[in-house]
Design a protein around this ligand. Structure first.
Ligand code: SF4
Length: 383
């Protein structure tokens, strides 16, 4: 398939791998930011093919995973109302709240619907004037333009029965929080290509300079990741710390200005709580006051909901790269994709789900190395 097969070429993959081995003289720890990248790395076994001492640790770039439990509980409280049609991307439906999840609520009769775009939710609102329609706006910068567009369109249509439960987070503040943590291990980042396709990479340049950490904007296919790793190690070995762009086919330094204008017409930047990390200043989008009437939290008075995580789940340490899924005593025992305790196991982009799907640590037979093999998985596009 064009634009995919050429980035999964096994011959080129092995050449890149050989180059990584050739230039590496000492141990390095790299973090891939995005959960979509984690899935490719784990599925293809890329992390197991790197030179001894070169470690990939998996970052907080799974938007479903970093959505706080209390935000899931707020979604559940709203979705349970008989006057509400609750809409969401499919990957939020099985994320466990404190007592249940959206798909169980749906099975009990709640009107919970999967949509493929927030604009679908606007259309549902326009067609159901007697019902309140809520869209669960979860994601990084990547999905923010579409969500902002939905709010803008609802404004243009004069809809008063549409609202959004916003849980948008931003990548650069999370990278800074990781770098400032006393337990930080990250020496170089692979930044998420799709986020940078929207926002560009100018925000990353002061981070690279201030913390002296190479940042390589990287795509999602096996060759993208191998080239991103190569570029990051090449900088580390040379003592350089710049932002470089591996994902040249999709990302420009300034990003997509039109998409950015759409976002900032509707959203403003403010504090956000990240699951497992806590509050990070200026790390998320909130609706501007002019669009406050579209805020589902205030419309349904759920702001006060507070929740505690399951005590066995170490999602926080997983999301900050301090621990791997195999360090969790619940992994594969109490927690599996069928019965997830935490979002990293249930989310399409979660690190625990990536390890489980690859059979790691659950007695599955070792897989042959399959770098460059076609990815036949049905996981969703990273967001
Ligand atoms: S394996 Fe399950 S319980 Fe353990 S960290 Fe992952 S999601 Fe949480």
């Amino acid at each position: 398939m064009r634009y995919l097969d050429e980035y999964r070429d096994p011959v080129l993959a092995r050449k890149l791998l050989a180059e990584i081995h050739r230039i590496t003289t000492r141990p390095w720890t790299l973090m891939e930011v995005c959960g979509g990248q984690t899935h490719t790395i784990v599925k293809q076994g890329i992390d197991e093919l790197l030179p001894p001492g070169v470690r990939m640790i998996h970052g907080p770039g799974c938007p479903v995973c970093v959505t706080p439990l209390e935000q899931v509980d707020k979604a559940l409280a709203i979705a349970a109302r008989p006057d509400v049609i609750f809409t969401s991307y499919g990957d939020m439906l099985r994320v466990p709240g404190s007592t249940t999840d959206l798909i169980s609520l749906k099975a009990r009769g709640a009107d919970v619907r999967i949509v493929y775009s927030p604009l679908d939710a606007v259309r549902i609102a326009a067609a159901n004037a007697d019902r309140q329609v809520v869209f669960f706006a979860v994601g990084f910068e990547t999905t923010a333009p579409a969500n902002a567009m939905a709010v803008w369109q609802a404004t243009q249509l004069g809809l008063d029965n549409f609202s959004v439960l916003v849980s948008h987070v931003l990548v650069p503040p999370a990278m800074i929080a990781l770098l400032e943590s006393p337990s930080n291990q990250v020496q170089a980042f692979l930044a998420a290509g799709h986020v940078c396709a929207v926002m560009g990479w100018t925000e990353y340049e002061p981070i690279a300079e201030r913390y002296h950490v190479p940042i390589v904007v990287t795509g999602f296919e096996p060759l993208d990741l191998l080239e991103g790793i190569f570029m990051a190690i090449r900088q580390l070995e040379a003592g350089r710390a710049k932002v470089e762009n591996q994902y040249v086919r999709a990302v420009r330094r300034e990003g997509n200005r039109l998409a950015q204008e759409t976002v900032f017409r509707v959203f403003e930047i403010g504090e956000r709580t990240w699951r497992g990390i806590g509050e990070i200043p200026l790390s998320g989008y909130h609706l501007k006051p002019a669009f406050a009437r579209f805020d589902a939290e205030t419309k349904f008075a759920v702001e006060a909901i507070r929740t505690k995580e399951h005590p066995a789940c170490i999602a926080g340490a997983i999301l900050t790269g301090e621990k791997a899924p195999l360090d969790c005593t619940a992994y594969g025992v109490l927690c599996s994709p069928q019965q997830p305790l935490g979002a990293p196991m249930v989310s399409a982009e979660g690190t625990c789900a990536a390890f489980f799907a690859a059979g790691r640590g659950i007695g599955a037979p070792a897989r042959p190395l399959e770098i460059g093999a076609p990815d036949t998985s049905t996981r969703e596009v990273p967001r």
